[in-house]
Write a protein that binds this ligand. Structure first.
Ligand SMILES: [Zn+2]
Length: 256
């Protein structure tokens, strides 16, 4: 997504990356983000560079009494940059801040799971031109199993990327003519999923993807990075469009 310069071309970033990786990083990744142990060395190093920049440049906040630590930023950023594995152009420069919460988040109604009378209880949410809010326990849980198909950081970051064209409507900025031509495949798969749900048919994708085009995009993004082989098996065309969008084939670093 061509919204900024390639990340290495910025003097301040170069300076940051020229300093040794702070000691906290390796043990934190080892303990909390097992995905990193599976990655090929060159990709792993590149993602750590991006995560360091994200930790340094974004605004981070602990909300509702959560005491924010450096370790928390590392765990969130390390996962967030996985979505940028194939693209050195954008590094969340348009994301104002990341807020972490000790438990759940009170979110706008009808947006995420777990309705209550006046608000929705969510593990995360993302706002157009706004912050990403995440439940810290949910972040940890997502990171602990990199192949269960669910990841709240991937999900909310996907919403953010979706909104980069000015609207969180299920279609992120499409950089190439080929992608623009192929995007109707995604819309058709979304329509088919809703039909399957309406007719009570079992779906391989999480039924939550049928809530809206934007949730479809976020849920498929989770599946694309966490269970790429399975997504490709069940929805090969969808997989192929997402591989073109994210410019990466996560099957290559899925070491299960
Ligand atoms: Zn969502």
């Amino acid at each position: 997504m061509p919204f900024s310069w390639p990340f290495g071309r910025n003097a301040r970033r170069r300076q940051l990356l020229a300093t040794p990786l702070p000691e906290l990083w390796e043990p934190t990744l080892h303990e909390h983000v097992p995905l990193y142990a599976e990655l090929p060395a060159d990709l792993r190093a590149r993602l750590i560079d991006k995560a360091r920049i994200m930790v340094a440049e974004r605004i981070w906040a602990g909300s509702s009494g959560l005491e924010l630590t450096e370790e928390m930023k590392i765990v969130v950023a390390a996962q967030a940059v996985v979505l940028l594995a194939g693209d050195d152009g954008y590094l969340y420069e348009r994301l104002p801040a990341i807020q972490l919460y000790p438990k759940f988040i009170r979110s706008r109604p009808n947006r995420h799971k777990g309705d209550s009378d006046t608000f929705t209880v969510a593990v995360g949410d993302a706002w157009q031109h706004g912050n990403i809010r995440l439940s810290w326990p949910a972040v940890l849980e997502s990171a602990a199993d990199p192949h269960d198909g669910e990841n709240v950081v991937f999900h909310e970051m996907a919403h953010h990327l979706d909104g980069l064209d000015g609207q969180m409507g299920g279609q992120p900025p499409l950089a190439t003519e080929s992608l623009r031509q192929r995007w109707p495949i995604v819309k058709e798969e979304c329509r088919q999923l809703v039909l399957d749900l309406v007719h009570g048919r079992r779906t391989w994708l999480d039924p939550y993807a049928g809530e809206s085009a934007e949730e479809f995009f976020a849920v498929v993004t989770e599946a694309f990075f966490e269970v790429p082989h399975e997504l490709n098996e069940h929805h090969p065309e969808l997989f192929s469009v997402f591989a073109e969008l994210y410019r990466v084939d996560p099957r290559e670093f899925d070491r299960r």
